[in-house]
Ligand binder design. Sequence first.
Ligand SMILES: *[C@@H]1O[C@H](CO)[C@@H](O)[C@H](O)[C@H]1NC(C)=O
Ligand SMILES: *[C@@H]1O[C@H](CO)[C@@H](O)[C@H](O)[C@H]1NC(C)=O
Ligand SMILES: *[C@@H]1O[C@H](CO)[C@@H](O)[C@H](O)[C@H]1NC(C)=O
Length: 337
Amino acid sequence: MNMMARKISPGARNISIGVAVVIVLAVMGGLLGYFLTRGNRFLDSSPLNSTTLDPSLHKSFWGIDYTPLNAQFPICGSKQQDITEDIKVLSQLTSRLRLYGMDCNQAEFTLQAIQDLKVDVKVVLTVWVDGNSTTYQRQSQDLFNTIKRFGPQHIYGISVGNEAFFRKEISHQELYSHISDVRQQLKGLGYNIPVTTSDLGSNYTPELMNHVDFSLANIHPYFAGTLVSDAANWTLNYFQQNIVVPSKAAGRQAIISEVGWPTKGDPERGAVASMANLQYFLDNFLCQANSQGIEYFWFEALDEPWKTQQFTVLEGNWGLLTTDRKLKAKIPNCPIS
Ligand SMILES: *[C@@H]1O[C@H](CO)[C@@H](O)[C@H](O)[C@H]1NC(C)=O
Ligand SMILES: *[C@@H]1O[C@H](CO)[C@@H](O)[C@H](O)[C@H]1NC(C)=O
Ligand SMILES: *[C@@H]1O[C@H](CO)[C@@H](O)[C@H](O)[C@H]1NC(C)=O
C-alpha cells in the first residue's frame, strides 16, 4: 500500500484514502449485518443437513404446486427469507415445484433459495396470462431475465398460462402464439426447455396437445363432486382415459398439474372439505400414484388467505401447510419410484 502511495500524485492519494474509508465502512457494515442477523433463523440459508431435516417430512410427492404468500401483483410483499423458509420445508417433500406466475420476484426468490440451500429441486415456471396483454409482456420479460440470471439447470419446464381457456380470457390462437414465442426465445438462448400450458383436464383436447411439449392437466375430484372414498380411483381413471391415452398418441408426456383436497369451505355434491378428508385422500392417492409412476403436482403447498378474501373460503384452504408452515396432515411415507 505504501509502495503504491509513494508513486502516485497527492490527488490520487486523496482518492485512495477515500477508497480506504469506503472499504473500512463496508467491512463495518458487513460485521454489523452479521451480528444483526446471527440470531435470526429466518436469514439462515445454509444448506440443509441431517441435523436440520424434519423427520415428519417425507419426499412422497412427485411435485407440489407452490404460490408464496404476498405475490399478487401489484401488491407485492414476498421476501427472499420467507421463500427460503418455504423451500426448506418443500424440498423435504418433493423434488419438483410448480409456480403460477413471475410477478413479485417469486421465481427469482425460489431459484435463489434452491441455489443457496443446495437442494435438488426443479421448478415449472409459469408466465401468467389473462385478458390484459400487458400481463404476458411483463411476465415473459421477467421469465427471460430470470432464466438468463439462473440458467436452465433448475427449470423443469415453462407453462404459459394456467386455466386461461377455462376463464375464457384468451383465444386458442393467441395462447398458441405465446407458447411458440416463448419456445423460440428459449431456442435463441440455446436452451431446450419444454413449453406448455396448464388447463382443466376437460380443456386438454388433442388439438391443444399438438401445441404443447407436454400435457399439464388440472384434475380435481373435489369439483367433480366425488366422495372422498372414490376420489383417488376417479382421478387416476380420468387422467388415464382423457389425458394419458391421447397424449401418448400425440407423442407427449402427461402430468397432472393440480390434484388435491380442501380442508374448509362449501361441499361440492358428495365432496366434503375437511382435515380428515385431506388425510384420507393423501393416504389413498399418493402411494397408489407413486407406485404406478403417475406424475402429478399436489395442489398445493400453502393455504392462500388472499383467495379466501377475493373468492371463497374453499379457494383459500387447499394447503398441505398452513401459512406459518405447519403440516395439516400426516405425510405418508412412500418414495417416488
Ligand atoms: C447443519 O446446519 C446447521 C444450520 O445451518 C449448522 O448450524 C450446522 O453447523 C450444520 N451441521 C453440520 C454437521 O454441517
Ligand atoms: C392492464 O394491466 C396494466 C398493468 O396492471 C394496467 O395498468 C392496465 O390498466 C390494464 N388494462 C386494462 C384494460 O385493464
Ligand atoms: C377403481 O376403478 C376401476 C376401473 O374403473 C374399478 O374396476 C375398480 O373397482 C375401482 N376400485 C375402487 C376401489 O373403487
